[in-house]
Design a protein around this ligand. Sequence first.
Ligand code: GAP
Length: 456
Amino acid sequence: MCAKKDIKKIVSLCKARGFVYANSEIYGGLSNTWDYGPLGVLLKNNIKAAFLKKFVQENEYNLQIDTAILMNPKVWEVSGHISQFSDPLIDCRSCKTRHRADKLIKELNLGNFDDMSLSEMSEFIKNNKIKCPNCGNVDFTSVRNFNLMFKTFQGITEDKKDEIYLRPETAQGIFVNFLNILRTTRRKIPFGVVQIGKSFRNEITPGNFIFRTREFEQMELEFFCKPKESFKWLEYWKNFCKNWLLSLKIFPQNIRFKDHSEKELSHYSKVATDIEFLFPFGWGELWGIAHRGSFDLTNHQRVSKKKLEVFDEKENLEYLPEVIEPSLGLDRVFLALICNAYEEENVKEETRVVLKLHKFLAPFKAAVLPLSKKLSSKAYNLFLLLSKKFQLVYDETGSIGKRYRRQDEIGTPFCITYDFDSEKENTVTIRDRDTMKQTRVKIEEVEPYITDEICF
Ligand code: GAP
């Protein structure tokens, strides 16, 4: 169970092995901002590939697009993000730190913020003498709404008319291209559009490593369907998403569905469910699955005056499709997969740290290891040959045992050892990360062996 794992050890492994680095570290960092190192990028790319394989390549309904981060500010007015995309903010007058008022109330289990207005939250915090989590004083400002969008200026002047926003979700890029997609792909409802890309939110309380950051990547699907079929599709995508996680070896006991209460719903949702993951710091939202109704298309049609309705020939009916939206944070699922895979095992009275990632996700599919430096040149040739097919690593330093452990820690599923018999017999041994068993395989069979094993 992830709840028993130590997040500090997982964070240090990520930093030490080049999965994740603190951003701008040589200047003291930028709080809650992280960079992905060489192994982190490989893992991220493999997660995206696993997502695209099941959600686009093998899926009869879905397409992928890639839209710009900067958009006409009208989009955010119409989508409701300028007026409604905010969190309740409170400032500590003593130490000048900022906090989310709803979280202060929730974390202390003092009450249900769901039913409170901003002024009721202020009163509640005052009456219950809630302390500042940073300095312990009881001296807060009143609660006010804080818009989460990052604002900047386009062009050389910093006038109000030049204000633009960094997108807080990738979804709007899909909605405003709905007509283009209909026109250019000849798709009929139901169909879905996937987008993977960066989003930005000026979170009041980022934290828990890469769980909540101000710059993050989303993998979103906007699935357009007939209104009367929308709840059927909601169930379909909830199960599809859950099964995708399970197929990547996420343990079933580490995930659960949690429905949103009416007050928790975002301004555009009719109903919503989260898939939560049991992180070492507790259950947290992993994947938001929302029924957005026709909220976005209705508003974009009204303001842009472009007709977004579709025509159903069978029913002789014009209608606005409704949208089911599974929205997954790439950084969050990255963290969930690492926490899920991290194991410490006792092997011959030593602790072996092993990342039991799904083999398809592993940054390196195999390591090529010559048993002795005398065998380097032939082993290296094998590495070059197999590198045409897979992302591999070559390692000839240290004892073979140490080299195995190095690969276990970063989740490499196979260690291919080139030994003295390799020369004579044209074979190598392949050691399996999870069972630690070794199998002798003919060199020409290594490629199909690995291809078979990493299949997803
Ligand atoms: N388009 C809908 C949408 O953006 P959301 O529930 O606000 O919905 C979807 O976000 C997912 O994006 C979340 O479930 C989470 O995985 C990820 N996410 C949201 N805010 C994040 C943040 N500050 N840092 C990292 N991931 C975040």
